[in-house]
Design a binder for this molecule. Sequence first.
Ligand SMILES: NC(=O)c1ccc[n+]([C@@H]2O[C@H](COP(=O)([O-])OP(=O)(O)OC[C@H]3O[C@@H](n4cnc5c(N)ncnc54)[C@H](OP(=O)(O)O)[C@@H]3O)[C@@H](O)[C@H]2O)c1
Length: 321
Amino acid sequence: MSPTANLQTVTLGPNGLVVPALGIGTWAWGDSLFWDYGKTYSDDEIQAAFNAFLDAGLTLFDTAEIYGFGKSERLIGRFMQQRPQQAVVATKYFPFPWRFSRQSVVDTLTASLDRLQVASVALYQVHFPLDFLLSQKDLMQALAAEVRRGRIGAVGVSNYSAQQMRDAHRYLAEEGIPLASNQVHYSLINRKAETSGVIAAARDLGVTILAYSPLSQGLLTGKYTPETDLKPTGARWLDPRFSQSGLTKLMPVIGALKEIGEKRDRTPAQVALNWLVCQGNVLPIPGAKNARQAAQNAGALGWELTPDEKAQLTQITESYC
Ligand SMILES: NC(=O)c1ccc[n+]([C@@H]2O[C@H](COP(=O)([O-])OP(=O)(O)OC[C@H]3O[C@@H](n4cnc5c(N)ncnc54)[C@H](OP(=O)(O)O)[C@@H]3O)[C@@H](O)[C@H]2O)c1
């Protein structure tokens, strides 16, 4: 049996491409504004993460034109040259106010494909639901045209509310194209996507959820505690959840992740990611800066929490969300 035979999978939208139910987020690859690219980790470590992820049998890389102002796409393009035809790329279009015509979709996609050194991407997502002069309807029509042209495998959105997702779905349906995905903030300790109705609407429409910041930017790994001196790098030091009191409040959650993880020989990060996979129709995209993190996160697939363990985690995090 192949080592990937037991990995959970999801489809990118109705009848879409089947991929393992965990991707890798690459915002930190080339970004020194929020993350610490070039200071605490380098291109060599990122390439090792890229290879470790593929070696584990996983395939989906989530990037965006704005990550590192194109650097993330460029790095992935470079790494893919050495491992052709294995990676599945999802990138994003940013609806800046000066992008007021359908031609801007054509030009922006062309620039992403050039940086990635590919002829097409599996998934092209609208990064935010921003409406300026280019209406959502026109935007969706321009994206549908790119699907027909073969430069996009599927259309996705990101940070869309339930209603915005329904609208995008309708505009695309008028073009005969399904809406494949909505990428939203979703983790054990950020469940707004559940309470806002996004998860339920996605299920109803057959739209796959890509869960971003699924480790709450490192918090759910359990390595940041009130006792240790380990401080988060980059802009996270401004985030009150990483302060002494924020971490103290989180400790019951980390305790539960550790307790379950120890019984199953899994890390807290793997348990937290598996909880998301267990929701069904959800594909977490944890960021990883090195091979160890990428391989560890890949180990969130191939097994499943019991209903009791899922319920315990859901309940203990309810007051935190
Ligand atoms: N669409 C959007 O608007 C949007 C917004 C945010 C993110 N995203 C996407 O979602 C992806 C993931 O989100 P994110 O990067 O914000 O947060 P995340 O995945 O929750 O956390 C990533 C960080 O956690 C730490 N980490 C990851 N795996 C680890 C492991 N196994 N052991 C120890 N530490 C580990 C690493 O930082 P340290 O080692 O420095 O702690 C890593 O950079 C992004 O890369 C991006 O692709 C999209």
